[in-house]
Design a protein around this ligand. Structure first.
Ligand SMILES: C[S@@+](CC[C@H](N)C(=O)[O-])C[C@H]1O[C@@H](n2cnc3c(N)ncnc32)[C@H](O)[C@@H]1O
Length: 247
């Protein structure tokens, strides 16, 4: 199975436990929604990429009437979002955000909350998404920045191994992907009882697929890294917000 297929399965399996463990995603969704709703819209054609169970969708859709395509690569996530958003008139579709099969220049707004860190090739994906926007259309997304999961990477490094967390961009690298993109960064620290609780929360949201070509840690090394995290343990996340208007 491809890495992307494994990502879709992992998130699909977590669709029932996601909402109980996604405090970070909910916080990011609230500030993303406030940013999007701060602009004036007139019946826009909207694509949401990586909707998950629809946390961001529920904050936006009631306040932003338009023609919506709500999408994810995990069918079970899409089903969960659809169940929580009945009778909206929106289309729910399986769309790979890295290769959107929508007509060029057909959209006024693309939104996405904390899905793009799962893309294999972020700059290429953003270029393709930008191609779907009409002139003056906006791409407004959040993704993880390079500070994210520092404590876990350090704990694994202390064992002599490398963590399986994918490489996340700096704010500068993200802003370099599209001309004149605005990128903001916000650090959020989450506190867990111990490393076991932290790893359990990742499993509950389906965030379990490591970086490409990564071999899982041997069990004793995993235990050493978990001990190194201490109890309680803190884990940093950097939320990058990209806000770009197509010329
Ligand atoms: C951390 S969840 C975020 C869900 C939701 N946006 C939220 O704020 O709660 C990431 C979501 O991105 C989806 N995803 C991952 N890779 C994707 C891709 N290439 N195209 C579309 N969706 C993707 C996953 O299936 C998952 O539902």
């Amino acid at each position: 199975m491809t890495r992307q297929g494994r990502i879709a399965c992992s998130f699909g399996r977590a669709s029932a436990t996601y909402d109980g463990a996604s405090e970070l995603q909910a916080r990011a969704a609230r500030s993303l929604a406030a940013r999007v709703l701060g602009y004036a819209w007139n019946q826009p054609n909207v694509l949401e990429v990586g909707c998950g169970t629809g946390g961001l969708t529920r904050l936006l859709l009631p306040h932003l009437p338009g023609n919506w395509v709500i999408s994810d690569i995990a069918p079970a996530m899409l089903d969960a979002a659809r169940a929580l958003l009945p009778s909206t008139g929106a289309q729910f579709r399986i769309v790979d955000g890295e290769a959107p099969d929508l007509p060029a220049a057909s959209l006024d707004l693309i939104v996405s909350n904390l899905a793009a860190q799962w893309f294999e090739d972020l700059p290429n994906a953003l270029e393709r998404l930008a191609g779907c926007l009409a002139s003056r259309g906006r791409l407004i997304i959040t993704t993880l920045g390079c500070v994210s999961l520092t404590e876990w990477r350090d704990a694994v490094a202390a064992t002599g191994y490398k963590a399986g967390t994918p490489a996340y961009p700096t704010a500068q690298a993200l802003s370099d992907t599209l001309p004149q993109a605005q990128v903001g960064s916000q650090n959020i620290t989450m506190i867990y009882d111990n490393a076991g609780a932290f790893l359990k929360s990742l499993r509950a949201i389906g965030a379990t697929v490591p970086a490409k070509d990564y071999n899982p840690l041997p069990v004793p090394i995993m235990r050493q890294a978990m001990t190194h995290m201490g109890a309680p343990c803190r884990v940093s996340y950097e939320i990058l917000t990209l806000d770009w208007t197509k010329p």
